[in-house]
Design a protein around this ligand. Structure first.
Ligand SMILES: Cc1cc2nc3c(=O)[nH]c(=O)nc-3n(C[C@H](O)[C@H](O)[C@H](O)COP(=O)(O)O)c2cc1C
Length: 185
């Protein structure tokens, strides 16, 4: 059994849902899992107290959550000296399009290069459009962003693009990696 930390940044909760699902997969493999919203308890999330760490963030207007960027930079030595993974949610990963895939990869590269972090696993997941949760201005902005990305501009309903099988496979793959790595230490 290993102790896993999952730290995430979310706007409307989709990254929180993904973090929770990853946590369930890890817990099913009898690991101890702590899932933390970066906005709630930054100081309680020191990587040193854990065997492995996953960091997750959605993309809002071309950037990760500021608090997540800061978390990785501040905790770089703790994060990079244990098995680690990064996962990202965006609309760019919601469509099967080469330019969009490149865009999603670029968001990750920018974060990792700035922090000088090389996680062992990276997960790129489609996010969600929660028109029902956006205020007037955000709904307008998201309609514009969605028009160029998924094309889903009917604001009378929500859209979810997250492939939960992919999320579970990512969690299982990282768990397997950590289990092998820590067994050999
Ligand atoms: C205000 C806003 C801006 C966004 N900007 C982008 C963007 O620039 N590129 C992109 O691929 N997705 C963008 N998205 C889509 C989000 O990444 C997607 O909705 C994701 O599911 C949000 O996850 P969260 O609920 O955990 O924040 C944006 C979403 C919102 C609400």
């Amino acid at each position: 059994m290993s102790r896993f930390l999952i730290v995430y940044g979310t706007g409307e909760g989709q990254t929180a849902r993904v973090a929770a699902r990853i946590g369930e997969v890890l817990a099913e493999r009898v690991h101890e899992v702590t899932v933390i919203d970066i906005e709630d308890a930054e100081s309680a999330a020191a990587p040193e107290q854990f065997d492995a760490i996953l960091v997750g963030s959605s993309i809002h207007v071309g950037a990760h959550h500021e608090a997540i960027r800061e978390y990785v930079e501040t905790n770089l030595s703790g994060v990079s000296t244990r098995p680690s993974a990064f996962f990202q949610l965006s609309l760019s990963s919601a469509v099967d399009d080469e330019a969009r895939r490149a865009e999603a990869a670029r968001y990750v590269d920018d974060l990792l290069e700035a922090a000088d972090w090389n996680p062992d696993r990276i997960g790129l997941f489609g996010g969600a459009l929660r028109y029902s949760k956006y205020g007037f201005l955000k709904r307008l902005l998201m309609k514009r962003i969605a028009k160029n990305a998924t094309g889903d501009v009917d604001t009378s309903r929500d859209y979810e693009y997250t492939d939960w099988d992919e999320v579970e496979a990512f969690a299982a793959d990282f768990a397997g990696f950590v289990e092998r790595r820590l067994k050999n230490e």
